[in-house]
Ligand binder design. Structure first.
Ligand SMILES: Cc1cc2nc3c(=O)[nH]c(=O)nc-3n(C[C@H](O)[C@H](O)[C@H](O)COP(=O)(O)OP(=O)(O)OC[C@H]3O[C@@H](n4cnc5c(N)ncnc54)[C@H](O)[C@@H]3O)c2cc1C
Length: 494
């Protein structure tokens, strides 16, 4: 039988050491980096159904892998990451293009204030480069087209944006339900609020697009309280959320955003177990929890659930979770589909014409198409968020439709792409059911309090639980760091 961590005297010394590091780092508000990996690794038991691990992390997205990385850096070697898919990265996904280039079909941009993910990239030696936006954006409407220089913005009305920014100061990003005005603000959708702002009819589309892109849903379905909490994350500046320049869409990763997860997984080696969906979790209220995958049972003292709340709802908990937490998971909006495509050309030909590759369409299938070429512009890539309802589900037909629209916007060259990728997150696999969660009116007032408190030895993590930039890659990294810290502290107390 494999050696048990806590029953071996020599093994106890390094265990106490890393628990001490964990305590010290908790006091400092950060994970200790000083513990020597090698000493902890020397006492790591081989995992198997008969071993009790200190921590199991469910999910190998940015949150889960960051948590695992922090555990290891704090000197904890007794952990495992269980991932449902046969790849890491979760909602980040690189599309590999011939010639060694990549374009992302999941999360991709970061911006000011997103320091956690930027720090992680620096630690992993992943470089960044600015999103390309120089030149004119094309607006398509029916058969017509207009070129306009938006200077790195989405063109929404500044005065209305300033009113949203001001309101957001009253709504804490990490706990919108605690706002003194929560009751009043949570009754409204963003659409309700915008309807009272005297917005000119020609500006309505800009707001529709902007809210849908930042929040994952149309203004009519998006809760005002939630949207304000997102703006609060962005330093209470609406433009820092919805533009490119000085905003959340400003910066990209060299090698594509999934490179962060790929690099972390490479460093973690066999600690990450792929194709291991956790179907059932039993005894979460006892000292030792059992996780059941399709192939095995894994036992642990603490479990970090680094997955989307709606996916937590698909796990069977035994005993059942407290009703408040279960209700939050049941009610969390799922199936908010995101479909993102990449059309590849030999060159970013639109740049020669003074265009930036951005296309918005009035009442059409393209929400936003944009230049997603590699840093040097050696090849041209137009990525797009498209409407699942308005674009054929057949991928060849979808490609044809998009090529024609791009030709109308950018020129005939758009009819000769060299490659195409269509990622329909709602359809392609069951492990990403939504992009950025569009939280409806009333949700936070009813369920907010159940978001973070651990249940027994279960720690809730994943971007949705983050204090700031929840829903974003930055929030995922923050939540992973906090999850690791919570686990280490709980183990130390135990
Ligand atoms: C189309 C799209 C565009 C986006 N654009 C941006 C952007 O530009 N900028 C930005 O910051 N963010 C963006 N996001 C959001 C960003 O990608 C996510 O916030 C972030 O990647 C979430 O990380 P996570 O680790 O919290 O969750 P996930 O990435 O969802 O990781 C969770 C992991 O858990 C696994 N899992 C689920 N259930 C189980 C189970 N039962 N057992 C085992 N494993 C399980 C999943 O397979 C997944 O790998 C976008 C997302 C999408 C889909």
């Amino acid at each position: 039988m494999a050696k048990k961590f806590s029953s071996d005297r020599s093994a106890n010394l390094p265990r106490r050491q890393w628990l001490k590091y964990a305590g010290a780092s908790a006091a400092a508000g950060t994970i200790a980096l000083a513990a020597r990996q090698s000493s902890a690794e020397a006492v790591t038991p081989a995992h198997g159904s008969s071993d009790v691990l200190d921590v199991v992390i469910v999910g190998a997205g940015l949150a889960g892998l960051t948590a695992a990385r922090d555990l290891r850096q704090a000197g904890c070697g007794s952990f495992l990451v269980l991932e449902a898919r046969n790849r890491v990265g979760g909602r980040t996904l690189n599309y590999n293009i011939d010639g060694g280039y990549v374009s992302e079909v999941g999360g991709q941009w970061i911006g000011p204030g997103q320091t956690a993910v930027a720090d992680l990239a620096r630690e992993l030696d992943v470089g960044t480069f600015p999103t390309y936006y120089k030149g004119k954006t094309v607006i398509l409407g029916g058969n017509g087209r207009v070129e306009i220089d938006l200077r790195g913005t989405f063109g929404t009305d500044e005065a209305v944006g300033a009113r949203l920014s001001k309101l957001s100061r009253e709504v804490p990003s990490g706990a919108p339900w605690k706002s003194a005005r929560a009751g009043e603000l949570d009754k409204l959708s963003v659409g309700d609020w915008l309807a009272g702002q005297n917005i000119k009819p020609e500006d309505r589309m800009g707001w529709n697009t902007s809210v849908s892109l930042s929040g994952g849903s149309t203004p009519a379905k998006m809760g005002l309280l939630h949207f304000l909490s997102m703006i609060n994350s962005a330093d209470c500046e609406y433009e820092q959320l919805d533009s490119i320049r000085h905003s959340a869409q400003e910066t990209r990763f060299i090698g594509g955003s999934q490179i962060l997860s790929n690099k972390m997984a490479e460093q973690l080696g066999e600690k990450v177990r792929l194709s291991s969906p956790v179907r059932r979790i039993s005894d979460w209220d006892r000292d030792v929890i059992t996780l059941h995958t399709d192939r095995e049972r894994v036992r642990a003292r603490k479990v970090i659930m680094a997955i989307h709340p709606a996916l937590c709802h698909q796990v069977q908990f035994d005993p059942p979770l407290p009703e408040k937490r279960a209700a939050l998971q049941r009610a969390w909006p799922a199936h908010s589909p995101a479909r993102k495509t990449a059309m590849v050309y030999r060159r970013p030909f639109w740049r020669d014409k003074g265009l930036n590759g951005s296309i918005f369409q009035v009442n059409g299938p393209i929400f936003w198409a944009f230049d997603n070429s590699p840093p040097g512009g050696e090849i041209g890539v137009v990525n797009a968020f498209i409407s699942t309802a308005m674009v054929p589900s057949d991928r060849d037909a979808a490609k044809r439709m998009q090529m024609e629209l791009y030709a109308q916007a950018l020129g005939e060259e758009a009819l000769s792409p060299v490659a195409y990728h269509d990622q329909d997150w709602g359809r392609d696999d069951p492990w990403t059911i939504t992009c950025i969660s569009a939280i409806p009116p009333g949700f936070w007032s009813k369920h907010g309090e159940a978001l973070r408190p651990p249940c027994g030895n279960l720690i809730w993590s994943g971007t949705e639980t983050a204090d700031i930039w929840a829903g974003y890659m930055d929030g995922a990294v923050r939540s992973g760091r906090l999850g690791a810290l919570q686990a280490l502290n709980a183990l130390r107390r135990a």
